[in-house]
Every structure is written in C-alpha cells, then in structure tokens.
Design a protein around this ligand. Structure first.
Ligand SMILES: Nc1ncnc2c1ncn2[C@@H]1O[C@H](COP(=O)(O)OP(=O)(O)O)[C@@H](O)[C@H]1O
Ligand SMILES: O=P(O)(O)OC[C@H]1O[C@](O)(COP(=O)(O)O)[C@@H](O)[C@@H]1O
Ligand SMILES: [Mg+2]
Length: 436
C-alpha cells in the first residue's frame, strides 16, 4: 500500500497542562439536592484508551469530567446566562438551546438571554436578544435550524464583553464549530485579561465532525442518516437508467467524515471522494468507465472540499465572512467533466447530480442526536455553575469531557487515511488516487 498522509495531529505531543481547565475561583455554594450526578474534582477520563504497553500509559494525559461538583462557584439565583449559536446550521441546535434554558431555569437562574444571529447579536451595532423561558423554547426541538438564528463573521471581544456586562450575564454558552470556539477563546482570554468573572462554555456543533479531541459532535449522526437516504435514491436512479451515473455531493469543507460514514452506511457507493485524499480525473474517468461497462451503473459520493487542488486551478478559493476557504463547486465540476469525457468517447452515460447539502443540515435531529443534545446542554450548565470556563463540553470514549479551547483550536480533525473507518471505505470502493 502506498504511504498514507496523516494530516490531523491526532497524537501530537501533549502535556498534562494542555488538559487543564481554567476556573473562575473557589466553589463556595453547596450544590442543592439534584438528580444530577456529582463529579469529584479529581476524576479524569483517559486521553489514550488503547495501548500495548501499560507502563507507557500516561494517566496525567486526561480530560476533566463535565458535570456538577458538590459545590458551585455561582449561586444560580444570582446570575443571568446567555446563549449564542454561530456558524452553519446543524441538526440539534434547538435541542441544545432548549436543554440549556430548562437546566438553567431549573437551578433558579434569573434570566436566560438568547442572542440573535450569532456573535453579531452581542455586538454594539447589532445587539439583539430575546429572553428564553420554558414557554418559548418548549417546542423548538420539533424543528431544525436555530431558534436564535446564526451568522458568520467576527465581532471584537470588547464589544461582546460590553454586552455581557450590560445584561449582567455571568455565563455565555457558545454553541458552534471550530470557528465559534476560536472566537470564544478570544473572548475568554479578554475576559481573563480584564479580570471579569464571566464563564465561557462551548458546546461543539458541526455536521462535519471536524472538532479535535471530540469523538462526535451533535448532528453528525443525523447528517449521515440523511446523506444515506440521498445515496439510496441516487443508487435507484443510477440503476434505472442505461449506463446510469449518480453523483451525490455532501458537505465537508476540510473533513470528509459525512461522506465516508454515509458510504459505509449505504453500501451502494462505488467511488468516495474526500478532501483528505487527492484524486486524479484520469483515474476517476477510468473507474466510472469500467464500472458502467461491467455493472451498468455507478454511484459517486463527493465531499464539497474534495479535489481542492483541481478546483484551485480553475478558480482560486474565496474566504467566507469567518475566513473559511471555499473553492468552486466540485460536484458540478465533476458532472461536467465526466459528461464531456463520455461525449468524447461517444459512450452513453445518464448522469444525475444530487446535492442534498442544505436539506441535510437544516433538518430535525434523529432520536440519538436529540438525546445527546439534551445531555450536552445539561453538562454545559452544570460545568458552568461549577466555575469552569474556557472549555467545551466534549465527548470522548463515551464520556462527557471538558476540553480547553486552547486544545481544540489547534487545528481541525480530519479523516486519517490509515484509520480503520477509511480503510473499510477503500475496501468497498474503487481507488481513484491514480497511485494503484
Ligand atoms: N479566529 C477567530 N477569532 C475570532 N472569531 C472567530 C475566529 N474564527 C471564527 N470566528 C467567529 O466564529 C463564528 C463562527 O465561525 P465559523 O467558522 O463561521 O463557523 P463554525 O463555528 O461553525 O466553525 C463567526 O462569527 C466567526 O467570525
Ligand atoms: O453555506 P455556508 O453557511 O457557508 O455553509 C457551508 C458549510 O457548512 C459546513 O457544513 C459546516 O461548517 P461549519 O461547521 O464550520 O459551520 C461546511 O462543510 C460547509 O462548507
Ligand atoms: Mg467550522
């Protein structure tokens, strides 16, 4: 097998201090009787759970546990909290908003502010919010999207702090992806510099599942489920036409997890293209051609960030408002290139192009994601009341963790070309890297 490239710093040099969560100070308020599990401050979740030599296992490389402590830093009856959702939509946003609202009010928090349209709602010019209560969030989990709206684009941390202080907000929950948590880190650094006692707790959101040190983000399972439905339809279309070719484009700017997982889940994909593994058009044409001649149909799944090097030759990538690089439409490009190729060959190829991107991320979460969101929201509130700050509530080895902003903002999680999941995809599909 050709040497694989490993883009993600999955096992970078980590120090025990990298896992330390900042706290606002001593917890002096006894936690009221609660149904929530009380976490001892010393409990940890090992970073490395798989090993061959136990003597080399370093137990100080471990995550703090998300959840309630026996004492609280904040007296909930004295504080207001805020919630903001930023970046692209993701199934489950409303479920997390609802869980945080219910949990906060359950502890007796005075007011829950929901900021409108991302960080913009915390800015001086665009300041906009609504008070959340059990009535107005009661049924928001029945639908997708964000009840608060979302946006991309920066806001100076000074302006956000001004808003937080004006509304006497002691905790801000930042629901968003890597960009949001970078912004949250910026904000929390400024809060520390100014000596303010405001906690910033992130809840990682992204259908792309590209957050470092988090096994799975909410909405990802739903996105895979929806992507699989699209692939099944694409397969039906391809099989029903002479020399039928279906191309399904899925989201995934830098990481191809949705495409890879949906390929595994459907079993109907013949070629899977992700940003992490370059491919050549020549190898792709050859693979489609031989598949059509042998089996009469072919299904290609392509993540939006795949073939970035090919696309860059046609049109340089542009930046979105948050600074994320976006290339041209790889799905449309492939459709046109393949059609032109078969025209030249004078070979029939009935091409269908399916792009379910926005329908996948705007939908209601599935049951498993909805339950996950409920727990994430509760863990976020519990951790914030315990004086934790500067971290997200993560999920690692089936446990809810606290992961410092400084750790998750080191990069983006990507598919490792030698990991079992991708190797299984490769075994089920045709290689078009041009290396074989
Ligand atoms: N390095 C950064 N510093 C400060 N704010 C950032 C940074 N990166 C992103 N943001 C802000 O976070 C928000 C969401 O980021 P974005 O990348 O669009 O989505 P996501 O959080 O889903 O990755 C935007 O308002 C963006 O301006
Ligand atoms: O149309 P938009 O808002 O730029 O969203 C598209 C982006 O959303 C995503 O699905 C998720 O990205 P974020 O989690 O960073 O918001 C990307 O894969 C995709 O490029
Ligand atoms: Mg992002």
């Amino acid at each position: 097998m050709a040497a694989v490239q490993n883009q993600t710093p999955i096992l970078p040099k980590l120090n025990p201090t990298d896992f330390q969560i900042p706290t606002l100070g001593e917890c002096t308020f006894p936690t009221p009787p609660t149904r929530s599990e009380i976490i001892s401050e010393n409990e940890r979740i090992l970073y490395q759970s798989r090993f061959s030599d136990p003597s080399k296992l370093n137990p100080s490389l471990a995550f703090e546990v998300a959840g309630l402590r026996d004492h609280m830093f904040f007296d909930p009856h004295d504080i207001n909290v805020g919630i903001v959702t930023c970046g692209g939509l993701c199934p489950g946003l409303n479920d997390v908003i609802r869980a945080i609202t219910y949990s906060s009010l359950g502890y007796g928090v005075k007011k829950v502010y929901g900021f409108k349209f991302g960080y913009r709602g915390l800015s001086r010019q665009g300041r906009s919010y609504i008070l959340l209560d059990t009535k107005n969030v009661n049924t928001i989990h029945y639908i997708g999207g964000s009840f608060l709206g979302s946006s991309r684009g920066p806001v100076p941390p000074e302006e956000m702090i001004e808003t937080l202080k004006l509304l006497k907000i002691s905790v801000l929950f930042t629901i968003g992806g890597d960009g949001t948590q970078r912004g949250a880190k910026f904000l929390q650094d400024k809060i520390t510099e100014m000596g303010e006692k405001i906690s910033v707790i992130g809840i990682p959101k992204t259908i792309d599942n590209d957050i470092l040190y988090v096994d799975k983000t909410f909405g990802f399972d739903t996105a895979v489920e929806k992507a699989r439905e699209a692939i099944i339809c694409a397969h039906v279309e391809a099989k029903s036409a002479p020399h039928g070719l279906s191309i399904v484009k899925l989201m995934g700017r830098d990481s191809g997890f949705i495409s890879a997982k949906a390929t595994l889940a459907s079993g109907d994909v013949n070629i899977c293209l992700i940003p992490e593994e370059p491919f050549t058009l020549e190898a792709l044409f050859k693979a489609v051609e031989s598949r059509l001649l042998r089996q009469n149909h072919c299904v290609i799944v392509v993540a939006e960030g795949a073939g970035a090097e090919l696309m860059a030759k046609i049109q340089p990538p542009v930046k979105d408002a948050s600074g994320n690089l976006k290339g041209g439409d790889i799905g449309v490009f492939l459709k046109e290139q393949i059609q032109a190729h078969f025209k030249k060959l004078d070979m029939e190829c009935t091409t269908r192009y399916i792009d379910p991107s926005y329908t996948i991320r705007a939908c209601q979460p599935n049951a498993s994601d909805a339950a996950f969101c409920e727990e994430l929201g509760n863990k976020a509130v519990n951790s914030a009341l315990s004086g934790k700050t500067g971290c997200i509530v993560g999920f690692w080895n089936q446990q809810f963790t606290l992961v410092p902003f400084s750790l998750i903002t080191r990069g983006r999680k990507m598919v490792q070309l030698d990991e079992h999941m991708w190797c299984t995809v490769k075994a089920m599909t045709t290689d078009v890297t041009g290396r074989q």
